[in-house]
Design a protein around this ligand. Structure first.
Ligand code: UD2
Ligand code: MN
Length: 287
């Protein structure tokens, strides 16, 4: 009868695990940053399928992975609008169960990208049972949705071919930009170091940690792992720190004592939008 049909639909809806290759992918995408995008216009564009806090789950299958996207942030609102506009639809096409976490450094102290990543890892896990963590710069937008934001057997570097560098990988040990680690992999390396203040070195140190703990890194094919970087100058209070290059050579000395197990910070505010969870933190920057 009609009524039993309805109850069948609502009570015993059975979902299968999503396919390995999402059928919803489209391939190369058109990405441009000339258009001015307000947060409001982006929300109208992508907000309808998202849940509060920048959360999404594929409606017709069970996602292969639960992924937290962690974005280190301070005063890059224009970039953030572009990122949200382009990357949300990509992650949806990829059929991920995901959440977007913007970790905003409070104040004008020296920026600390790596520490913000560690904070994002801890704060995201407080909210949901994430298995995979994508540590992603706000200014990098993939231009091919086949570049899956999924963890694999080894830590994974996704930003292989960036327009700024003529779509050529800068070095075989490059690990900055967008990189993914499973919870287990991230715990194994004690996360990022917390002591890379200012620009540079923290990505190399994470790479060293991975090698030091007996893992290697993997990368998708450069033909699909393509990105555009939104043009920018070096930010104020994120000057190159020459100490960082030296520190990045001392990973073996720091890995056990400097990282997730020594992380100290204060959450100042947690703001939930449809498109993200925006967490403002005091990272205790040196005076
Ligand atoms: C490179 C790396 C980046 C990181 C950095 C050194 C690539 C492709 N990128 O990027 O991952 O290792 O060097 O630290 O290898 N940010 C703010 N506000 C600020 C400063 C930084 O939001 O005031 C965030 C933002 O997400 C930005 C990221 O930190 O994308 C990295 O900073 P950047 O874009 O200035 O560094 P860049 O492009 O040299
Ligand atoms: Mn950048």
């Amino acid at each position: 009868t009609h009524t039993s049909d309805v109850s069948h639909k609502t009570t015993s809806r059975h979902l299968d695990v999503c396919p390995d290759t999402p059928p919803t992918l489209v391939g190369p995408l058109l990405v441009e940053f000339e258009t001015k995008r307000t947060l409001e216009s982006v929300r109208n564009h992508v907000g309808f399928s998202l849940h509060q806090g920048g959360r999404y789950k594929p409606p017709n299958c069970i996602a292969k992975q639960k992924v937290a996207i962690i974005i280190p942030f301070r005063n890059r609102y224009e970039h953030l609008n572009h990122w949200l506009y382009y990357v949300h639809p990509i992650l949806m096409h990829q059929q991920l169960d995901y959440g977007v976490y913007i970790i905003n450094q409070e104040g004008d102290g020296v920026f600390n990208r790596a520490k913000l990543m560690n904070i994002g890892f801890v704060e995201a896990l407080r909210e949901y049972d994430y298995e995979c963590f994508a540590f992603a710069d706000v200014d990098l937008v993939p231009i091919d949705d086949r570049n899956l934001y999924r963890c694999s057997e080894h830590p994974r570097h996704l930003s292989v071919a960036i327009d700024k560098f003529n779509y050529v990988l800068s070095s075989v040990t490059a690990f900055g930009g967008v990189s993914l680690l499973s919870e287990e992999q991230f715990l194994k390396v004690n996360g990022f170091s917390n002591t890379f203040w200012g620009w540079g070195g923290e990505d190399d140190d994470l790479y060293n940690r991975i090698i030091f703990r007996g893992m290697s890194i993997s990368r998708p094919d450069a033909k699909i792992a393509k990105y555009k970087m939104i043009k920018h100058k070096r930010d104020l209070h994120n000057e190159v720190n020459p100490k960082n290059a030296i520190k990045a050579k001392e990973t073996a000395i720091n890995i056990d004592t400097d990282g997730l197990n020594s992380l100290n910070y204060t959450v100042k505010e947690i703001l939930k939008d449809k498109m993200y969870t925006f967490i403002t933190v005091d990272v205790q920057a040196p005076p």
